[in-house]
Design a binder for this molecule. Structure first.
Ligand code: ZN
Length: 136
């Protein structure tokens, strides 16, 4: 666990913390504040992400996600809940363009092998392979 660098992109800061600790498979948990944010939602029918830009300082109420591999490199998949001064919330898939104002991040390194994301033709997403019950 560590503080996140002011001004650094939230996703980059989390991946840098993982790299500094030689972690390539983890559960991610962070709280703090961001200066502004880019989030997205997956429009399932069209198989594409719709991005939303939030141009205001926001509380990082919750950032949850994981680090695994995509194209052989550590890849962060994280979702955020962001709060305004009036208590209203926005949330979605974390995108680049979300600079940290202040943050605290915990990485929980996971055992059992590092899953590698593969393209799933049903959803159009890069997903972890499914394991068969009782199988490897
Ligand atoms: Zn997502």
């Amino acid at each position: 666990m560590a503080g996140l660098e002011h001004g650094r992109d939230l996703g980059e800061a989390i991946l840098a913390l993982a790299a500094a600790n030689d972690i390539s498979c983890a559960w991610v948990n962070a709280i703090g504040a961001v200066s502004c944010a880019r989030i997205s939602a997956y429009r399932q029918a069209e198989r594409r992400y719709l991005e939303l830009e939030l141009k205001e300082p926001l509380e990082l109420v919750s950032c949850l996600g994981n680090i695994s591999l995509r194209d052989k490199k550590p890849f962060l998949h994280a979702h955020v809940v962001l709060g305004r001064e009036d208590g209203s919330l926005s949330g979605g898939h974390l995108c680049p363009g979300t600079p940290v104002f202040a943050g605290e991040c915990c990485l929980f390194e996971l055992a059992g092998g590092v899953p590698e994301r593969i393209f799933d033709s049903v959803t159009g997403l890069g997903l972890w392979p499914r394991r068969k019950p009782g199988g490897e």
